[in-house]
Ligand binder design. Structure first.
Ligand code: SF4
Ligand code: SF4
Length: 480
């Protein structure tokens, strides 16, 4: 015991006053791990990059809504006929055997994405991704009906009255109509769209067609009307793995803090240097136009979809203030850090990583194009007739029967010739065919072929090669 304490000295212990605490036991405060969404009201923006984006929106939608109605050779130009297992792409008819071309197309798309992302970051997200494109269209409708940012905010906060009800009904009605039309067009790439259009007014769509029209329509309405930036922030995997494709020389949208800071408001005529200010007037317009609601002045963030709306907005502010444009601009992290000029940035485009992507992509494209160019429009399968393996006919001749499945992938009928390549093992080979040798367009015909030959010294199973037009197909000839 410490001799200095009162107890050690025999003094009575001092009673300390008790401070009462709340009578009710304190409930633990639960912290939500889910960030409650704050609705974003992006402000409209005009400028160079907005024009680019609208051009891409126009082009992609013209292709999407228009292509389904285009005719080619008396049928739909682009049709993925899953029931018949044939894909029509203009003059090209792909069969299940040509699945490799679709795989190659996916590989080409993936490498193109890697290449463009390595060079210019999220170009796809900012200009051509369906989520961006439809959000842009839906926002345009919203602005036309409910008004600009402030009007929309006011309307949402206002109590429900006839005007609010009418505006909301008009907006959602237009959105739903557009979504259903999008779903209809999507299904029109799998079922001939003219048949769908004919069936629609008579309510005669099949159950699957009806399901997919509504499913795709619902996805469009939900993603572009309600979810918007949440799809990019939480659902899209591309935003997560893009950093693997970025490097210090990738073009990204950056705010120049050296030029912009310290930020602060000032009069248009004021000299910012005299006030110790940078070029950022802290107007917040770059945040108001951002469809994901971020502040690009805080640096590169994964939520940034690279839409360049903040560049257009800030350039307009710079113009008003008579400052040079480009406080927010396309740049690279290296360029911003080292104050590189445009020539230096362009020189870094041809770096090893980009060259490797270019070479691989070029090689795949050339190989796929060459393969398509040399593609034989006939496909042949030789199946031995299992009913009669081999039989002796006439003198010393042996006959084998085959069934040839000949597929004409062209969109015009073709007449074929069937022959057998002579071999040392088989002499006096004769080919007798039963059935038509005309193969109608994009169809398969089975032809029974009897091959008679005089075996020289061979016995058992010997190789035999059928020549069907330009196609060579191997099989076996049985000699008992
Ligand atoms: S728009 Fe430009 S000036 Fe205005 S806050 Fe953003 S960066 Fe600063
Ligand atoms: S920060 Fe700029 S480029 Fe990025 S999403 Fe927002 S507006 Fe678009």
């Amino acid at each position: 015991m410490d001799p200095a304490t009162p107890a050690a000295r025999g003094a009575p212990p001092r009673v300390l006053p008790i401070t009462p605490i709340s009578a009710a036991p304190q409930e633990p405060v639960e912290q939500s791990l889910y960030e409650v969404r704050k609705k974003i009201y992006p402000r409209a923006v005009t400028g160079l990059f907005a024009r680019w984006r609208w051009s891409v929106v126009g082009a992609t939608q013209l292709v999407f809504y228009g292509l389904a109605w285009l005719e080619w050779n008396g049928r739909q130009a682009v049709l993925f006929d899953l029931a018949a297992r044939k894909f029509y792409i203009f003059g090209l008819v792909l069969w299940p055997q040509d699945f490799i071309y679709l795989t190659v197309l996916l590989v080409i798309s993936a490498f193109s994405l890697f290449l463009f992302t390595a060079i210019a970051g999220r170009l796809w997200c900012g200009y051509a991704c369906p989520q961006t494109v439809y959000t842009e269209i839906f926002l345009w409708i919203e602005r036309r009906i409910e008004g600009e940012r402030n009007a929309r905010m006011k309307l949402d906060q206002a109590p429900v009255d006839a005007r609010k009800l009418a505006l909301k009904t008009a907006k959602h009605g237009t959105w739903i109509a557009l979504s259903l039309w999008t779903g209809f067009t999507f299904v029109g790439y799998f079922t001939p769209i003219r048949d769908l259009a004919f069936a629609l007014p008579r309510m005669a769509l099949g159950p699957w067609e009806t399901f997919w029209v509504f499913f795709y329509g619902f996805a469009t309405y939900g993603n572009a009307g309600w979810m918007r930036e949440q799809v990019c922030k939480y659902m899209c995997p591309y935003a997560r793995f893009q950093s693997a494709m970025f490097d210090q020389d990738t073009l990204v949208i950056e705010y120049d803090p050296v030029r912009g800071e310290p930020r602060g408001s000032r009069g248009r005529k004021a000299d910012p240097r005299a006030q110790g200010l940078g070029d950022c007037v802290d107007c917040n317009i770059c945040v108001q136009v951002c469809p994901t609601g971020i502040d690009i002045r805080n640096g590169l963030q994964y939520e940034c979809i690279g839409c360049a709306a903040c560049i257009d907005a800030c350039d307009q502010v710079m113009d008003k203030m008579s400052y040079p444009r480009g406080l927010i601009r396309y740049s690279t992290q290296n360029a911003t850090r080292n104050r590189w000029d445009r020539r230096r940035i362009l020189a870094r485009v041809t770096r090893p990583r980009v060259l490797v992507y270019c070479s691989i992509l070029g090689a795949i494209v050339v190989a796929a194009a060459a393969s398509l160019w040399m593609r034989v429009p006939l496909k042949v399968d030789v199946i031995r007739d299992r009913a009669s393996l081999a039989r002796q006919v006439g003198d010393d001749r042996i006959e084998n029967v085959y069934r040839l499945q000949v597929m004409n992938t062209r969109e015009s009928a073709t007449r074929i010739t069937i022959a057998v390549r002579p071999t040392p093992a088989l002499d006096r080979v004769e080919v007798l065919t039963d059935g038509e040798l005309d193969i109608p367009a994009t169809s398969t015909r089975t032809i029974t072929v009897r091959v008679r030959a005089e075996p020289e010294h061979a016995r058992g199973s010997v190789p035999i090669e059928f020549l069907v037009g330009p196609v060579v197909e191997k099989s076996r000839f049985l000699i008992p």
